[in-house]
Design a protein around this ligand. Structure first.
Ligand code: TRP
Length: 333
């Protein structure tokens, strides 16, 4: 039997190249060797945005369209919406009973989130009971399918550690070995910076969306920062000090292309404008099929909804089996 993988993403709307290269492409590879469960964490979105839900449905669809376009395959993986599996909420309740309060209080991500909430104007500055429970909810997501591995970024590893702690605690309390202790699976993907050289992020307005048109992408690339010490096109360039463009070349170009760009830049034979024009074309080449597929789903939104319905049904059936066992272990009525 294949090992099981569970991973989720918040419904933040249209995804960018950071998501594609850092997360989704990795998920796509894993589909062949593991039994994968990929879900949209809409309850997690509520922990901080419970008062801003008007776009939630559309955001979920946008995330899933990006997944499908990038190659997440509903015939290989189970794709679902967290809130369509109420079993997760019930499991969350049982897990919350055995989780000591100080285990969630010391969660580092929660502390960061509290800080961010406090500095954002116009948002609720209170940490709600639901937000406190965020790490336990994530634990429920993972244990609901008794996952072996959880592909996450480095910032989420502490949560998977907590999941292991809670699984062990549940097993101890009820004298069972029912829950596996899942392992975090870090990916070795390249991190892509934003157009301004900082971390790529929607709220920094420095991102390229998977769903951007080729034209928009080319325009955005022309605004990318290059080598700040270089004023004229025939000045000798310093690719290693180029803040964005050359870094992108290393991600999107092959060795020969990157080599040519480097030597032409260093000899002052390639201006930054020309370099970025070619780079834009290169990135668009990589995304052409993905964008075509995404367009297809935009125009066949019912297919997307069907995929989510079928996936959620399957996830619900699997979750039901686990929850029945948990209820009986806890000796519920
Ligand atoms: N907490 C994750 C994030 O903010 C999303 C998430 C929720 C998740 N539940 C999960 C990831 C379960 C992996 C497994 O990115």
């Amino acid at each position: 039997m294949k090992q099981k993988i569970v991973s989720g993403m918040r419904p933040t709307g249209k995804l960018h190249l950071g998501h594609y290269l850092g997360v989704i492409d990795n998920w796509v590879q894993l589909q062949n060797d593991y039994d994968c469960y990929y879900f949209v964490a809409d309850w997690h979105a509520l922990t901080t945005k419970y008062d801003k839900t008007s776009e939630l449905k559309q955001d979920i669809l946008n995330v899933v369209m990006d997944w499908l376009a990038c190659g997440i395959d509903p015939n290989k993986s189970t794709i679902y919406v967290q809130s369509l599996i109420p079993e997760i909420a019930e499991l969350h309740l049982y897990l919350s009973m055995v989780t000591p309060q100080n285990w969630v209080e010391r969660d580092p991500t929660l502390k960061d989130m509290a800080k961010i909430l406090k500095t954002k104007e116009g948002t609720n500055t209170q940490i709600s009971y639901g937000l406190m429970g965020y790490p336990v909810l994530m634990t429920a997501d993972i244990l609901m399918f008794n996952a072996d591995l959880v592909p996450v970024g480095i910032d989420q590893v502490a949560h998977v550690e907590l999941t292991r702690d809670i699984a062990r605690r549940f097993n101890n309390v009820y004298n069972t070995d029912f829950f596996k202790e899942p392992q975090p699976k870090l990916n070795n993907c390249s991190l892509i910076c934003g157009l301004d050289g900082n971390k790529m992020g929607k709220s920094y307005h420095n991102d390229i969306k998977i769903s951007d048109t080729a034209e928009d992408t080319s325009k955005k690339i022309m605004s990318a920062i290059t080598d700040r010490t270089r004023l004229r096109k025939d000045d000798l360039g310093h690719p290693d000090e180029c803040e964005v463009a050359f870094k992108y070349w290393k991600i999107f170009g092959n060795d020969a292309e990157t080599g040519t760009v480097r030597s032409e830049c260093e000899q002052g034979l390639r201006g930054c404008a020309q370099c970025k024009r070619e780079l834009g074309a290169k990135i668009n080449e990589r995304l052409v099929n993905i964008r075509e597929k995404r367009n297809y789903y935009e125009n066949h939104i019912d297919e997307v909804k069907d995929i989510l319905k079928t996936g959620s049904q399957k996830a619900k059936e699997d979750a039901h089996v686990i929850l029945d066992k948990v209820r009986s272990i806890v000796q519920m009525y």
